[in-house]
Design a protein around this ligand. Structure first.
Ligand code: GN1
Ligand code: MG
Length: 377
């Protein structure tokens, strides 16, 4: 999406920002929102901000969403301050509009928000070495821990049933029956792959319903590129993309991180011979995550970590396939087969995880035991 300088200036003028406009550029690789980095001159300093257009087809209640984000970020800032950390680097800060709103709605109905830009940080689109992934596990583990006492019933459910894999499966079947753009016949192997795994889609939601897994405040979109790493310390210091922070299972967060980060290739790598699940990366993340959040997790949560990695990967692949069957209205695509290519990488990873599940379980138990957690208790 292209935005003109005049449009960007007009939107910025609605926010409580001082300083002269210098420039803007698109940043980020999200599939949903549009993200710009803007530079303003304040006295003699160039200050950068994030200006983001919320996708209101996906997030249909932007006011509720922004209330969640503002509440969670101010809560995080308070806890970080209490822990002696710097909230300006440890969490995003929402900059309100001049009339005190958390976002600005244009006459055309577009919704824009402003965050601080956390300087001296970098993001990773792929894991270069396991150490980075361990740090990413620590960052999401810490995030989980920081929000452990946040009252989850005060959060809106920004997208209901977001990681309810059973309901995602129903959506998939609906898309398949409708076959709106006539693609079903071209993707029979992928369709069969999903249909054969229906039972898996119920496992976590059933455990939640039976009260065997606790509902927590979770991030729900724990991709590697949603962590800002400090240029100097190389630590994961700030978790971003808080649109889907809502009540959920810790397993959704763990599983989604493995889905994206423990792959040897990009989510949309067309050459499947390059796409593999890396046990080494799985181990590194599990170490980092359990090291940071392990204390607060139950034995059942830990026992299902390996399964959750497979399930979140299956769910995401199924969502890409559903979007492909529906004509690509949800995820941003760069070419017609993009969602299908994404779906195939996910299913390749699922197949490898299934083959290596016993080892994933053994690795997880060993790491849990090393921090004094027994998953068989
Ligand atoms: C979307 O836009 P982005 O990349 O942060 C999606 C996630 C998917 C992800 C797949 C709100 O996240 O659920 O896992 O793409 N976000 C939403 O890459 O649907
Ligand atoms: Mg996201």
């Amino acid at each position: 999406m292209q935005f003109s300088e005049a449009a960007v200036r007009e939107i910025l003028s609605r926010f409580t920002l001082s300083g002269e406009f210098v420039s803007f550029e698109p940043i980020g690789c999200g599939h949903i929102n549009d993200t710009l980095c803007v530079t303003l001159k304040e006295q003699d300093d160039d200050m950068r901000y994030i200006l983001q257009r919320i996708n209101t087809h996906v997030f249909t209640k932007p006011a509720e969403l922004m209330e969640n984000v503002a509440n969670v970020t101010s809560y995080l800032a308070r806890i970080l301050r209490e822990n002696g950390a710097d909230p300006a680097r440890g969490t995003l800060t929402v900059f309100p509009t001049k009339d005190g709103k958390l976002f600005y709605r244009t006459d055309a109905g577009d919704c824009w928000r402003v965050y601080n830009y956390v300087e001296n940080t970098y993001t990773l689109q792929a894991i270069r070495d396991p150490q980075d992934f361990q740090k990413s596990g620590e960052a999401f583990g810490n995030f989980q821990k920081l929000l452990a006492d946040y009252p989850s019933d005060t959060l809106y459910e920004t997208i209901p049933h977001f990681h309810d894999t059973a309901s995602r499966f129903e959506n998939f079947k609906k898309a398949l029956r409708a076959d709106a753009v006539g693609r079903a016949q071209t993707v029979q192997p992928e369709i069969d792959f999903v249909l054969q795994r229906e039972a898996d889609t119920h496992v976590l939601v059933d455990l939640l319903q039976k009260g065997e897994l606790p509902l927590r405040v979770t991030h729900n979109d724990t991709k590697l590129n949603n962590i800002l790493f400090d240029n100097d310390t190389k630590e994961g210091i700030c978790v971003v993309d808080l649109d889907t922070v809502m009540p959920g299972l810790s397993l959704y967060d763990f599983g989604d991180s493995i889905r994206f980060g423990a792959s040897t290739a990009a989510e949309d790598e067309p050459d499947l011979s390059k796409v593999h699940f890396s046990m080494e990366l799985f181990r590194a993340y599990t170490r980092g995550y359990l090291g940071a959040a392990g204390d607060s997790l139950t034995a059942t949560e830990i026992a299902y970590l390996p399964f959750s990695a497979k399930l979140m990967t299956l769910e995401c692949g199924m969502r890409f396939l559903t979007d492909y069957l529906e004509g690509d209205g949800y995820f941003r695509i760069s070419y017609p087969e993009h969602n299908l290519v994404r779906c195939r990488t996910q299913f390749a990873l699922v197949a490898e995880m299934e083959a290596q599940m016993p080892q994933m379980q053994a690795e997880t138990s060993a790491i849990a035991a090393s921090i004094g957690k027994d998953v068989t208790e």
